[in-house]
Design a protein around this ligand. Sequence first.
Ligand code: NAD
Length: 366
Amino acid sequence: MVFESIGTMGHEEVVYCHNKDAGLKAIIAIHNTALGPALGGLRMWPYKSEQEALNDVLRLSRGMTYKASVSGLNLGGGKAVIIGDPSKDKSEALFRALGRYINSLNGRYVTAEDVGIDVNDMEYVLHETQYVTGVHPVHGGSGDPSPFTAYGTMQGILASLNHRFGNEDVGRYSFAVQGVGHVGFELVKLLRQEGAKVFVTDIDKAQVARCVDELGCEAVALDEIYDVDADVYSPCALGGTVNQDTLDRFKFKVVCGAANNQLATDECGDELEKRGMIYAPDYAVNAGGLMNVSIELDGYDEERARRMMRSIYYNVGRIFQIAKRDGIPTWKAADRMAEERITAVGRLKLPHMGYTPPRFHGRKRG
Ligand code: NAD
């Protein structure tokens, strides 16, 4: 069963990590290291079964391969999951036990924060291994990635406007932003700085009020966001909001936001295209967070991070070109761009070239 899933999805390695005393049950999945070490977050979740945990780690690690490749990073795709409840099962021993497993992989997998994990947990992992990113800036970490993700999303928006309208005058267009949390709020700030009209919604009323009072946005009810007559829909909350129910309501011309897995199904991506809407693939647009932590591998440098975020403009533009070249929807073009790079660059390796673990510069441990 495990080999069947790994074979179908093309994983290189899956590691089951167990430590009875620390209560650790975790799975690390390394999908592909053709471009470099597999970097991807650590998630802690009360999975109902081991199979559910395995499915999640396999799916997420594969997604990281595509995200890193399309973003031009010298990284592969990996992910780790801990089976447990983050509100009650965390301990120093748990994270240190996992850190030892990560260390045993000699840099083939580099971890980061994901759902259920915070910067303090990462510091325990750091006691055992240097193959960890997203730690506190005092340890050479890059800090909160959200402003960078927002900045990168803005680059995706610029590329999409250019493709759809032939200009990048953000201030001439209107935006419907769903979710104004860490990323959404920062994105709205950038849009308003350019003078754009911005509609916002969020289940957190205080966040909406901040956008209205501090940034001059217009608030709309949660479900009304899909009906707003705006040029751009920017999902920055949940996945799956481009679905069979919402599609019929869209008057948007562009869909470009930070949320992961925006399309409920691939067919919804096809449908957007058929209806004349441009979809900027989510994992290319929201790669700012991954880019930011990736710089920790060389010693974090904010200026370099900003420069790297700007490449999202190019990456999204290239996806649109591939879609046109091959007559395919943009979601498929993103996958193709990622696969083409893995094949082309992966081929450059000479057979005698062994694996070199990543070297961390500027990392202060303990
Ligand atoms: P966040 O939790 O800070 O913000 C999400 C916001 O969405 C919250 O304010 C929440 O109240 C709101 N929300 C939840 N359900 C909603 C609904 N049904 N309608 C309207 N609003 C709703 O998260 P974030 O870090 O800002 O991330 C936002 C999205 O971007 C997520 O999908 C995340 O996976 C993705 N993403 C984030 C980063 C990053 O750097 N933080 C990087 C890549 C992708």
